[in-house]
Design a protein around this ligand. Structure first.
Ligand code: GCU
Length: 369
């Protein structure tokens, strides 16, 4: 598994699904824009760091917002996740910078790209559980995904793609590009003494849950992986063709995967891989898959099965993967080295989800006292 089959599967996923990325840019630099102790009512220290992919402030760049517990005595385990609408949406904190890149907006009922405004501050806070994360001794780092690659099909001219040639059919689509950005954040964490870069949990919801899975599978430096309602191209098995299918996703979002993946429209059985193999690539590291019962589009049962079918690889490492023999009832988590739950309600990230993620992280990332 380790020396032959795993590398082979990783190559197959690169070639047929997500695409190869160019690795760490040699000129990349990190610049601390701002930092402050004792923010969020004394609970946290905040740092905002700009990653300049070409080493220039006028080139492609992303801003990482980092909170660590003010009480921490040393480097802390940290959750890292991309956000959909700007770092300033994850809490009400007035000092979080607005994103420099375009965000999705609406004008006359149509989706348009526009500048972020103050109106967005804190609007996604129900999805982030910032206070609890910090109280439990973890850091939280987040990046606006549009800083890395804006989420529309523009012929690969925007975001970090401006620095590279147009991708070939086996090269990075947007999901692989966002995942590459997460790896660049990890490059930065390796230089930040407040973050334990060996205990970083990568978390994402929906398209960003597909991204966190690919990031965790392709970059073994991530210690733990969380996929929230990731669905097609994430944790759900493509061969079930239930809810969103390969053809549907490639039609609505032609830029997410590489061009080779188009071959599997209405032709899932021809693809040499399926998504349980993606989960298995994370082994022996812990991975958590979460579904929502109302999120039929993401195929909760297919998400459960990919966890279940990854068990055989965890077993090779002497670990129990996902303990549940059958799809567990709603709101009944099952946690081995693979965790799974199906929450009541719809496609979202809720406090309930974070309660499980924190429990799972305590089980796997906390050091023995
Ligand atoms: C759409 C898409 C999903 C995706 C979701 C999201 O519903 O079909 O594949 O996960 O958007 O990212 O919000």
């Amino acid at each position: 598994w380790r020396t032959q089959r795993r590398p082979e599967l990783l190559e197959l996923f690169k070639t047929h699904v997500y695409g190869r990325d160019p690795g760490r840019p040699k000129d990349m630099t990190f610049f601390t824009l701002e930092q402050r102790h004792g923010v969020l009512n004394g609970l946290a220290n905040r740092r905002q760091v700009e990653v300049r992919f070409a080493g220039r402030r006028d080139g492609p760049r992303m801003t990482i917002l980092i909170y660590t517990p003010a009480k921490a005595k040393g480097p802390v385990p940290t959750f890292l996740g991309l956000n959909f609408r700007g770092n300033h949406t994850v809490t009400d904190d007035p000092a979080i910078r607005l994103p420099h890149s375009w965000v999705r907006g609406r004008a006359k009922g149509e989706v348009v790209n526009k500048r972020a405004t103050e109106k967005g501050r804190g609007v996604a806070k129900s999805r982030w559980n910032v206070t609890n994360i910090l109280k439990r001794g973890y850091g939280l780092a987040t990046i606006y995904y549009g800083d890395i690659d804006p989420d529309f099909d523009d012929g690969w001219k925007n975001g970090v793609h401006a620095l590279y040639p147009k991708p070939k059919p086996d090269e990075w689509g947007s999901i692989a590009t966002w995942a590459w950005g997460l790896s660049r954040a990890l490059d930065y964490f390796e230089t930040d003494k407040d973050i334990d870069h060996k205990r970083v949990a990568v978390m994402g919801h929906s398209r960003l849950g597909k991204t966190s899975l690919w990031a965790g599978a392709s970059d073994p430096r991530f210690a733990l992986v969380i996929s929230n309602n990731s669905g097609c191209g994430g944790a759900a098995l493509s061969r079930r063709a239930f809810g969103e299918t390969v053809k549907r996703i490639n039609t609505s979002f032609p830029h997410w995967f590489n061009d080779n993946f188009l071959r599997y429209n209405d032709n899932e059985n021809a693809c040499p891989v399926d998504q349980h193999m993606l989960v298995a690539l994370v082994a022996p590291r812990p991975v958590y898959i979460a579904s929502a019962v109302g999120d039929r589009w993401a195929d909760p049962h297919g998400e459960f099965l990919s966890g279940k079918y990854a068990n055989s690889v965890y077993k090779l490492y002497g670990r129990i993967g996902l303990p549940a023999a059958k799809h567990p009832p709603v709101d009944t988590p099952s946690m081995g080295t693979i965790g799974y739950h199906v929450r009541s309600g719809s496609h979202d990230v809720k406090e309930y989800d974070w309660v499980q993620y924190l429990k799972f992280a305590d089980k796997h990332l906390k050091k023995e006292k």
